[in-house]
Design a protein around this ligand. Structure first.
Ligand code: MLT
Length: 260
């Protein structure tokens, strides 16, 4: 794990392999650890950069974050490692941050993969639920997230090993980091209008059984993006890269082979 300092915050990241740069932005409430299989399989062909978003993993926790701040941190990482342009892969919350990154610095993005994610913002009920969960996490700890989220993150018949792995990643999160990200997701802006202006090749991917951002959401998003490819990963739930790593990697590599 590498680190650099930005605005007095420590930002942690993994940097593996050589080749065209690939920036992997993780889901909530996980960390760069969720990309372990992709780092192993993709680093033979790509330079894989996987940050811990602010508040997660080895990165500093602070009371307030935003999708914009995650995007700025990601651009700062590219600057720090001397990468001008990267293919940006964001899964779920990582996808929200990826869309902000594209809005902030389109010239830094060669290709985009929006995985198990959505462009629209939370509605009022969604925002209230985020706030309620953030308070529960602050009061009772991240076990609240294991109980509330784990059943939704994976397909009903996900392998037992995957469930245990995800549970242990959630338990590693600091409550303050999780609460800050929940509020940031609740406050994120609607990016639906921006989809039609995406100028780079874009992969939209979803697990067949994703209950949080179902395939219909991915289909709608792909149809709004000019240069898009849609992939539905059979058998996978919301965390498609963990549940079906081979199919996920094959879809991503196939897309990047065409796009780059
Ligand atoms: C994630 O996987 O990052 C979260 O489920 C996203 C969300 O809660 O909106």
């Amino acid at each position: 794990m590498h680190h650099f300092i930005r605005d007095q915050a420590t930002l942690a990241y993994e940097d593996t392999g050589a080749g065209p740069p690939l920036l992997l932005l993780h889901a909530f409430p996980l960390s760069s650890a969720m990309w372990q299989a992709q780092r192993a399989s993709l680093s033979a062909r790509f330079r894989v950069l996987a940050p811990d978003l602010r508040g997660f993993g080895g990165s500093s926790v602070q009371p307030e974050v935003s999708m914009r701040l995650f995007a700025e941190d990601a651009v700062a990482l590219l600057d720090h490692v001397g990468v001008l342009k990267a293919s940006v892969v964001g899964l779920s919350m990582g996808g929200y941050a990826a869309l902000e990154l594209l809005a902030l610095a389109p010239h830094r993005v060669s290709a985009l993969a929006l995985c198990d994610t959505r462009a629209n913002a939370d509605d009022e009920a969604g925002r209230r639920a985020r706030e309620e969960t953030a308070r529960a996490v602050e009061r009772d700890g991240v076990e609240v997230l294991v109980q509330r989220m784990l059943p939704k993150l994976l397909a009903p018949d996900a392998a037992e090993g995957v469930e245990a792995k995800v549970a242990s990643m959630i338990r590693a999160v600091q409550p303050a980091g999780a609460a800050a990200a929940l509020r940031a997701m609740g406050a994120r802006r609607d990016m639906s209008e921006a989809l039609g202006r995406i100028g780079c090749p874009t992969l939209v991917l979803a697990g067949e059984h994703d209950g949080i951002t179902p395939p219909e959401v991915a289909e709608k998003m792909a149809s709004a993006i000019p240069y898009s490819t849609l992939e539905i990963v059979p058998g996978a739930g919301h965390l498609a890269n963990l549940e079906a790593p081979e199919a996920f990697d094959a879809a991503l590599i196939g897309f990047l082979d065409e796009a780059l």
